[in-house]
Design a protein around this ligand. Structure first.
Ligand code: 5RP
Length: 213
């Protein structure tokens, strides 16, 4: 089955985790785009959505789904999002679409994080996909040097500005055997806004196509 077909199946299958009356946390990316299309079919049964990016906000609004402010909703019951890699412990690399900061905030507040992927995203060890890190622009070189000290190869995603006005560094060459420790270590560095490792708060459910693992 093609990756696009698996993404569509995963996006559609995630609907079964959305309960009537919910405020739905919505991630970002091509897999999530399928989820939003499916969510539009039940928009009258949900309260609205908390969106993780301008991109998803535009698609949700196009379908008349109300965008709610996380500061007003309180904790969410459900968050649906894709990933760039997923290990057997449901720990993820995210941020290929540069939306990692808001994604991590919404994931943190959700009781249940359902991750929707195609099978190409499943790995034994994270790190083949370059790890995205969102940085404050003036800290780009500082963080680059810190990454080199840790054996990584930092590549600035030139021309990309996040929804928060920051920059992205993609780290190549790391085989991430202890993602919780690496996430904790990098989170200490001033200038890093968000590390694209979702390990301390992994997904709760992973759908590969329409199959829950
Ligand atoms: C955006 C993300 C996406 O979830 C990730 O890049 C996967 O995208 P896609 O569903 O298009 O493969 O983390 O920041």
């Amino acid at each position: 089955m093609s990756n696009a077909n698996e993404k569509r199946l995963a996006g559609e299958a995630a609907i079964r985790y959305v309960e009537d009356g919910a405020v739905v946390g919505v991630g970002t990316g091509s897999t999530v785009a399928y989820f939003i299309e499916a969510l539009a079919g039940m928009k009258d049964r949900i309260k609205g959505a908390v969106s993780s990016s301008e991109q998803s906000t535009a698609q949700l609004r196009k379908h008349g789904i109300e965008i709610l402010d996380l500061n007003s909703t309180g904790p969410l019951t459900i968050y649906i999002d894709g990933a760039d890699e997923c290990d057997p412990h449901k720990r993820l690399i995210k941020g290929g679409g540069a939306a990692l900061t808001r994604e991590k905030i919404v994931a943190e507040t959700a009781q249940k994080f359902v991750c929707i992927i195609d099978s190409s995203k499943q790995v034994d060890v994270l790190g083949t996909f370059p790890l995205p890190i969102e940085v404050i622009p003036m800290a780009r070189s500082l963080i680059g040097r810190e990454i080199v000290k840790r054996g990584g190869n930092p590549v600035w995603r030139d021309g990309v500005v996040t929804d928060n006005g920051n920059w992205i560094i993609d780290v190549h060459g790391w085989r991430i055997t202890d993602p919780v420790a690496l996430e904790r270590d990098l989170n200490q560095l001033p200038g890093i806004v968000t590390v694209g490792l979702f390990a301390r708060r992994p997904a709760d459910v992973v759908l590969v196509g329409d199959r829950e693992i």
